[in-house]
Design a binder for this molecule. Structure first.
Ligand code: UFG
Length: 367
């Protein structure tokens, strides 16, 4: 199978390409606009593929539909993993139009290209941000979808367009279209060999920001809100290791190629209409560990793992941040047999720290 990975030079796309290569994928065809992607990530993936010809990457914005369609046809791609997009909650509040363009119009263009090139299967990088502020926890896939920031709005809209694309494409399992919508909680960690990692510029995510403090590259960190209704007043999140997340993609990929319902599926009431017909075109799965940690607990794990203090100050809340996000990940356990291997904060932080010590300035600039 030849797999398209969009956003291949970013944090998640690069780890996805690595997981596909390690899983024996015939060829990974990566695209990235290179607006935020890293040449260094592409070089690491070329190194992993060696001279096998199993990895190729092109500078291409998914909104360039004609070129994308041409690439899909030329490469004989059978499935797409879609990561390209903008991913920062805070930035989305300031630039909602940019988020709509990259995340919704980008997805729409990809779907049109998949249709034109007759690529039937898609795994989509969705987000827990589609749920908004939870009414009850943990969040199941059947929980209300009510995003509270433009980032979440664009992810939900992209999900809806993907569902419509899949349902318009004939009977699933009989050559028809299918899509897996993976709703990630907070992703952390890096490839265990330190070859790939998280490098956003500027960095706004909690774990890499705290590790930059440990490294001495940043003076201190602001805890964004200490008056939330949580045990220590700081936001609580469910962290999942990037390698476990990619394993979820691999199990979803197997589901896409299999006719009918996932084995052992027991439709819940809210799902009944969709699962009555054993012909599911698209299905959402939460990808989280099911344990959640506060910002202060994360900083403590960073201190334990690195042996360095993480000086921080208490600052006002960041707009668009729900107090607590915790996954009910039982559907993906039950239906796809996925289980996270990393369940402690320390093991996630340790792999991120390994990457950061090898790359204190992130990926090297292009030669
Ligand atoms: N935080 C701080 N200080 C910082 C950075 C973050 O206190 O310097 C806090 C945030 O306020 C939040 C928590 O740490 O409470 C985690 O923040 P991140 O920015 O690391 O992650 P988010 O929870 O905002 O968002 C992440 C992904 C989204 C995804 C979401 C789902 O970036 O794509 O998780 O939970 F939608």
């Amino acid at each position: 199978m030849r797999v398209l990975v969009t956003g291949v030079a970013g944090y998640l796309g690069s780890h996805a390409a690595r997981s596909l290569l390690l899983a024996g994928c015939e060829r990974v065809v990566g695209v990235d606009s290179m607006v935020r992607g890293h040449r260094g990530a592409l070089r690491a993936l070329q190194g992993l593929a060696g001279g096998s010809g199993r990895f190729a990457a092109e500078v291409l914005d998914v909104r360039d539909r004609p070129r994308l369609t041409d690439l899909l046809r030329r490469e004989g791609v059978g499935m797409a993993w879609h990561f390209a997009g903008l991913t920062q909650v805070g930035e989305s509040v300031a630039q909602p139009d940019a988020y709509w363009g990259a995340n919704v119009e980008g997805t729409e263009s990809l779907l049109a290209a998949l249709e034109a090139a007759e690529v039937p299967h898609l795994v989509f990088s969705s987000s827990a941000a589609v749920y908004g502020t939870p009414r009850e926890l943990p969040l199941a896939e059947t929980s209300p979808l009510a995003p509270v920031n433009p980032y979440g709005v664009t992810k939900l809209e992209a999900e809806r367009r993907i569902q419509a694309w899949a349902e318009a494409g004939g009977r699933a399992g009989q050559g028809g279209r299918r899509a897996a919508l993976l709703r990630y909680f907070n992703v952390a960690g890096a490839a265990p060999d330190g070859s790939l990692g998280e490098d956003h510029r500027p960095e706004t995510h909690l774990v890499p920001s705290a590790l930059q403090v440990a490294l001495g590259a940043r003076r201190g960190l602001e805890v964004l809100g200490s008056d939330y209704p949580t045990p220590d007043g700081t936001c609580v999140r469910d962290y999942v290791h990037v390698d476990d997340l990619m394993e979820a993609h691999l199990v979803a990929m197997r589901w896409l190629a299999r006719p009918g319902l996932p084995s052992g599926v027991h439709p819940t009431e809210g799902d009944a209409a969709r699962t009555r017909d054993a012909d599911i075109h698209s299905r959402a799965w939460n990808v989280g560990v099911g344990h959640a940690f506060s910002v202060l607990e994360v900083l403590d794990a960073c201190r334990r793992v690195t042996g360095h203090a993480i000086p921080h100050t208490l600052a006002p809340r960041r707009e668009g941040d729900p107090a607590r996000l915790v996954a009910d990940a039982s559907r993906i356990h039950r239906e796809l047999g996925w289980q996270p291997r990393h369940t402690t904060l320390d093991s996630m932080v340790a792999s991120a720290w390994h990457w950061m010590r090898r790359h204190p300035n992130g990926y090297p600039p292009s030669p």
